[in-house]
Design a protein around this ligand. Structure first.
Ligand code: 13P
Length: 250
């Protein structure tokens, strides 16, 4: 049985004061979340603050990206996985569509970031998903397969035994336009089947999250789908009550 995971991707939002209020708000209600594992992924600079606020809490900590080089060195602006691990991170998002589309990260770079995360003992959350025009051209499966295959080629299927995949259709991110539970389930099942070709056991165990305009009001229907194992939450993870409602739905 896969334990659901709900992870909040705060993106580039926050201040020390708002971070404190948000974490305290989530902590105050976490006792009402029975089954799901809950994680928050703040901007890098707030990770130490959140780690301190979360001391002794069941809420896990994650980051939003990681350097593709495992060793320290001359990589201006990058953060090593070992640094994130040292600060108490368990998860790290790699290949978010905003990284791919706004900052030009290729499938190969994302795969190397995934590998570096694992090398540091972090659990990568690999984001995949198609643009609206790709969906309209009927290319959803081809795009998701290409993004997944880049990681499979570099790391092999066994690497997914302790990894997480997040299907985030780009047209649903921050738009208020959620994929229907059926649309999401179809792609989640495709992802699981693609893993199963390599390793059925890994495919069965891998958690596949849905992301894209998940809210308190639509989370339960999405999470009721057989291959949806939780969510990667953007905007709604910045409001403690809304985020907790989503966590309880999982
Ligand atoms: P929204 O929930 O704001 O649509 O963002 C989803 C997302 O990109 C999570 O990584």
């Amino acid at each position: 049985m896969r334990r659901p995971l709900v992870a909040g991707n705060w993106k580039m939002n926050g201040s020390r004061e708002r971070v404190r209020a948000l974490v305290n708000g989530i902590q105050a209600g976490i006792g009402s979340v029975e089954r799901a594992e809950v994680a928050v992924c703040p901007p890098f600079v707030y990770i130490p603050q959140v780690a301190e606020l979360l001391a002794g809490s069941p809420i896990a900590l994650g980051a939003q990206n990681v350097c593709d080089h495992a060793e320290e060195g001359a990589y201006t602006g990058e953060i090593a996985g070992s640094m994130l691990a040292e600060l108490g991170c368990r998860y790290v998002i790699v290949g978010h569509s905003e990284r791919r589309n706004l900052y030009g990260e290729s499938d190969e770079l994302v795969a190397r970031r995934f590998a570096a995360a694992r090398k540091a003992g972090l659990v990568p959350i690999l984001c995949v998903g198609e643009l609206l025009e790709e969906r309209e051209r009927g290319e959803t499966e081809a795009v998701v397969a290409r993004q997944l295959d880049a990681v499979l080629a570099l790391e092999g299927a066994a690497a997914f035994r302790d990894a997480v995949i997040a299907y985030e259709p780009v047209w649903a991110i921050g738009t208020g336009r959620t994929a229907t539970p059926e649309q999401a389930q179809e792609v989640h099942a495709f992802i699981r089947a693609r893993l199963a070709v390599h390793d059925p056991g890994v495919a069965e165990a891998a958690r596949i999250l849905y992301g894209g305009s998940v809210k308190g009001s639509n989370a339960a229907d999405l999470f009721a789908q057989p291959d949806i194992d939780g969510g990667l939450i953007g905007g709604a993870s910045l409001k403690a009550d809304e985020f907790l409602t989503i966590c309880r739905a999982a």
